[in-house]
Design a protein around this ligand. Structure first.
Ligand code: G1P
Ligand code: ZN
Length: 543
């Protein structure tokens, strides 16, 4: 084994976004591309010598090659140990758990989350800090700065390391420890949930369908739902991870998990349906004939969490990302809980969780989680929902109806305009930003604007400030429009328009959301000139 020092030079654009560095797979496969960024990670964390890291990914195309390169680079830079999931696999929440449980110096997760995988699709890499959560901005900025000054990196020249075999091997003085990617995670779930009670639910004939979307949660869901809880074989579908996710788009929403939606809206629908994304941190929840928006899911989980043993003592507080609907706020107000509003991206929950200010948190983008790890967690959300179904004896539709009757319904939808010309998207945002001060009092489509601002966040724990986190327009009566540009897209710009309207009258809480939101949708276009500026007459995706 030889330690090589390779000369290189900076590559443009290695700036981590909302969730790590994401690019087209072929870009990552380009000469020095991955290596440069991994060296930038080492530099950004003050070197890797003597440190222990966790490593794993969602199994997408290039995961296996990237894992080999990272191990050889860690060894060349004198890391002490890397704990790697068997075959280079780990779901994002399982990686977060391992970092915490083993007390490591952090970890590297290989994933582009819900983006498609394959040689012509997306790849990504992100670093999580010792608390198990995504690296905060000061750390990713140091990485970006290092990527712009890089001149060389070190790597061990060797044969591939066998990542199929569990146990420890030596790589140029560094220990490579290959672990079962599922076992520790199952143990954690057993601590939070009453597995006996959930077993009894399935034994009583409760039927469920979990769509793993050919991604990483297949092995986790099979081990927990079918093996530990006794759900019948076939409960988990698309459970074998594949490098291109079966040619699909592993994003658990009604568009991309259409098969599941069709089953759940069909005649012989099971009681409960769920799906998770590429790396296992997102979830979609759907009952028989009843889709649950992620914002509502978060609010329902907050209202009933005490039904699971892990949360029986109550919640310290809750948090949601700013664009997430304010259904959670209504639960928090009714229960006397603190409720925090953070910028988009899970990393902003980390300090609140570490400081014990919140127990549950979530985002409208199908992410919910708690203080058990420092990532959102798809399988965890499913188990908490199952605990609520078992504890209340109600169906999903009944739980939703009761929730809305008690707290009001926040109708909600997100409209995405993808691969928009960057100049057009930036122009739209700039023009609207400039008009914010004059908007209060004006009306659009009969909706009167109560307040308008650009969201900025002052972290209550470390005092850091995040600016320019999206434009918010509040209307009288509880409706709202939020606009922001995506920080995870890999092509052009993605404009996200978040739409919300509050309905307190139970007789009006069962409309189609797009119909209920029609005036808000029209107001958003009138405000921002979406069609005029982007040339788009309809969004690409409505969730
Ligand atoms: C998107 C979601 C955001 C989530 C992130 C990572 O980011 O909107 O809630 O945290 O993916 O999964 P965006 O593309 O909007 O920047
Ligand atoms: Zn994800």
């Amino acid at each position: 084994m030889e330690r090589l020092t390779i000369q290189t030079s900076p590559i443009d654009g290695q700036k981590p976004g909302t969730s790590g560095l994401r690019k087209k797979t072929r870009v990552f496969m380009g000469r020095h591309y991955l290596e440069n960024f991994v060296q930038a990670i080492w530099d950004g964390i003050g070197g890797v010598a003597g440190k222990t890291l966790v490593l794993g990914g969602d199994g997408r195309y290039f995961n296996d090659r990237a894992a080999q390169i990272i191990l050889r680079m860690a060894a060349a830079s004198d890391a002490a140990r890397v704990i790697v999931g068997q075959n280079g696999l780990l779901s994002t929440p399982a990686a977060s758990n391992l970092i915490r449980k083993r007390g490591t110096d952090g970890g590297i997760i290989l994933s582009a989350s819900h983006n498609p995988g394959g040689i012509d699709e997306d790849f990504g890499i992100k670093f999580n800090t010792p608390n198990g959560g995504p690296a905060p901005a000061d750390v990713t900025e140091r990485m970006f700065a290092a990527s712009r000054e890089i001149t060389e990196y070190a790597i061990i020249e060797t044969h591939d390391i066998d990542l199929a075999r569990l146990g420890e091997t030596d790589l140029a003085g560094m220990v490579v420890e290959v672990v079962d990617p599922v076992a520790d995670y199952v143990t954690l779930m057993e601590q939070l949930f009453d597995f006996d009670r959930l077993r009894a639910l399935f034994a009583g004939g409760f039927r469920m369908r979990f769509d793993a979307m050919h991604a990483i949660t297949g092995p986790y869901a099979t081990a927990i739902l079918e093996e530990a809880l006794g759900a019948p074989p076939g409960t988990v579908v698309n459970g074998m991870p594949s490098p291109d996710f079966g040619g699909g788009h592993p994003d658990p929403n009604p568009i991309w998990a259409k098969d599941l939606m069709d089953v759940m809206m069909g005649d012989d629908a099971p009681d409960f349906g769920a799906a998770s994304d590429g790396d296992g941190d997102r979830n979609m929840i759907v009952g028989r004939g009843a889709y649950v928006t992620p914002s509502d899911s978060l609010a329902v989980l907050a209202a009933h969490a005490q039904l699971a043993p892990g949360y029986a003592g109550g919640l310290a507080g809750v948090a949601r990302s700013m664009p997430t609907s304010r259904a959670l706020d209504r639960v928090a107000a009714a229960r006397g809980l603190d409720c925090y509003e953070t910028p988009t991206g899970w990393k902003f929950f980390g300090n609140l969780l570490d400081a014990g200010k919140i127990t549950l948190c979530g985002e409208e983008s199908a992410g919910t989680g708690s203080d058990h790890v420092r990532e959102k967690d798809g399988v965890w959300a499913v188990l908490l929902w199952l605990s609520i179904l078992a504890g209340t004896g109600r169906s999903v539709a009944e739980i939703l109806a009761a929730h809305w009757a008690e707290f009001g319904r926040n109708y909600y939808s997100r409209h995405d305009y993808e691969a928009v010309d960057s100049d057009a998207a930036n122009g739209l945002m700039e023009a609207l930003r400039a008009r914010l001060p004059e908007l209060p009092g004006q009306s659009f489509e009969n909706l009167v604007i109560a307040a308008a601002d650009e969201f900025a966040y002052d972290d209550p724990v470390d005092g850091s400030r995040a600016e320019a986190q999206g434009l918010r327009i509040d209307f009288d009566g509880g409706a709202r429009v939020v606009m922001r540009l995506s920080g995870t897209g890999t092509e052009g710009a993605t404009l996200r328009v978040y739409l919300e309207a509050l309905e307190l009258d139970p007789a009006k809480q069962h409309e189609d959301p797009q119909a209920a939101l029609a005036p808000v949708i029209a107001a958003a276009d009138a405000l921002a000139g979406i069609t005029a500026r982007t040339g788009r007459t309809a969004p690409d995706v409505r969730t």
